[in-house]
Write a protein that binds this ligand. Structure first.
Ligand code: FES
Ligand SMILES: [Fe+2]
Length: 446
């Protein structure tokens, strides 16, 4: 399939690609810290098309490096995670977490050249239960990102992973595509069955909302609006944040501290990582409807496939093209579940994977409901190209700009203009860190 230059630059993430170089400027969430144990089994890690080995040394320090041993390319994933480093099982060379060769036992001491050999290692750190990797070229990496949900301590947040078999951008676009919600997820919902105050109250009655879109320092932002009572507007806000983050509106705006990273494993596979604050104050989409039952198609967990040690072996689900994403055609026919697929995330997974691994943008016909997607593609592509010609990647050295992003819903008097409504509700929102403190912390981290 021939892609336009724009599509190609937007979707490809390997070393040397426009988007790949841009993404490498940012710290990348890669794994749960708990996936690596000190002196435990090394793990295959695929990130931005690079095959890496991840392990934790005896002191608990994470190591992330090219999986191929610099001697003769045997995989260090097979290596022995020994005291203070990983040892290749082929000829016994040993590397510390910084990639230094610390032992070369297959070479006579008089000819030892371990000081001249280095594995390609990337800086890696743990924060709040997440392993972060920096794959850029700076000698001193930038400060860690300040996406607010990732600043919540362990115990304050639920973090879930799910692998998707398609390109990162088409995966991400599902989160900023407000007009699919009323069909894919709640097309079967009878508006008369929704109690007042239920999170689905307004999305079920008005399935073609209008919305505004704008560029922001962190990326893009939309506000979808509906008139729900005399003089009252119901707003749903959502965000794209550089380079691969989203925030979706399913939660009450002041309390809704959440974020999703759509981390490219390679051009055709993406790891979704979802942080959601633990809070009783968040709206629960699965709360009972008037008939006492929850929304159909909203089971809490998809079925995960057994984990294996391959490059794509982590957080796979059973649902895929070979089983029509576990679609129940009877449920679809009878409209018990509009899509026939029982799990909201799987419904998204099915439609985006069904487009093909890297979809053909020239085949599309974008409508007014796709304004946010078009704007976000353009914004991401422009930022990546600007970086290629020397402009710093946005938010790298001012990570606190990401803290300006919040998603969720609220009601407001119709006379309040949309950006003002956002700013006012932001002032009253729960914050993990006050924005001023965030700026100070970021400055210290430099
Ligand atoms: S290939 Fe690793 S030590 Fe020889
Ligand atoms: Fe969705």
């Amino acid at each position: 399939m021939k892609q336009s230059k724009d599509s190609e630059d937007l979707t490809r993430v390997g070393p040397g690609s426009v988007m790949g170089n841009f993404m490498r400027q940012y710290w990348i969430p890669a794994a749960k810290s708990s996936e690596l144990e000190a002196d435990g089994t090394p793990m295959r890690l695929l990130l931005l098309g690079e095959k890496l080995v991840a392990f934790r040394d005896s002191d608990g320090r994470p190591g992330v490096m090219d999986h191929m041993c610099p001697h003769r390319n045997a995989s260090l994933v097979l290596g022995r995670n020994e005291e203070g480093g990983i040892r290749c099982i082929y000829h016994g060379w040993k590397f510390d977490v910084q990639g230094n060769c610390v032992d070369m036992p297959s070479v006579p001491p008089s000819q030892d050249f371990k000081d001249k050999v280095k594995a390609k290692a990337y800086p890696a750190v743990d924060r709040n239960g997440m392993l972060w990797v920096y794959m850029g070229e700076r000698k001193v990496p930038p400060p860690l990102p300040m996406v607010e949900a990732t600043l919540l301590g362990e115990g304050e947040v639920d973090i879930s992973f799910m692998m998707r078999s398609c390109n990162w951008m088409q995966s991400l676009e599902g989160d900023i595509d407000t007009s699919h919600f009323g069909f894919l997820h709640v097309g079967h919902l009878d508006p008369g069955n929704v109690p007042e105050g239920h999170p689905l109250e307004h999305t079920a009655t008005e399935r073609a909302p209008e919305y505004h879109v704008r560029d922001t320092p962190w990326g893009t932002n939309y506000g979808a609006y509906r008139t729900v009572k005399p003089e009252t507007t119901y707003w749903r806000f959502a965000n794209y944040m550089f380079p691969f983050w989203t925030q979706t509106p399913q939660g009450e705006f002041p309390h809704n501290i959440q974020a999703r990273a759509w981390v490219p494993l390679d051009d055709e596979h993406t790891m979704m990582i979802f942080w959601r604050r633990r809070s009783k104050k968040l709206g629960n989409t699965g709360a009972p409807l008037k008939d006492g039952k929850p929304l159909g198609g909203a089971r809490p967990q998809p079925e995960f496939a057994p984990r294996d040690t391959g490059w794509l072996g982590r957080y796979k689900v059973v649902a895929d093209e070979s089983n029509d994403w576990t679609m129940d055609r009877e449920a679809q026919r009878t409209n018990r579940i509009y899509s026939g697929i029982d799990h909201i995330g799987l419904q998204d997974q099915a439609v985006t994977e069904s487009m093909g691994a890297i979809t053909d943008h020239s085949h599309e016909h974008l409508g007014p409901g796709d304004l946010m997607i078009a704007r976000t593609r353009r914004r991401a592509l422009q930022a990546a190209r600007a970086f290629a010609s020397g402009t710093p990647a946005p938010g790298i050295d001012q990570p606190e700009v990401m803290m300006g992003a919040r998603s969720g819903y609220f009601e407001e008097h119709q006379s309040v203009e949309w950006q003002q409504a956002y700013d006012e509700h932001m002032k009253q929102a729960d914050r993990v860190l006050k924005p001023a403190a965030a700026g100070a912390e970021a400055a210290m981290a430099k």
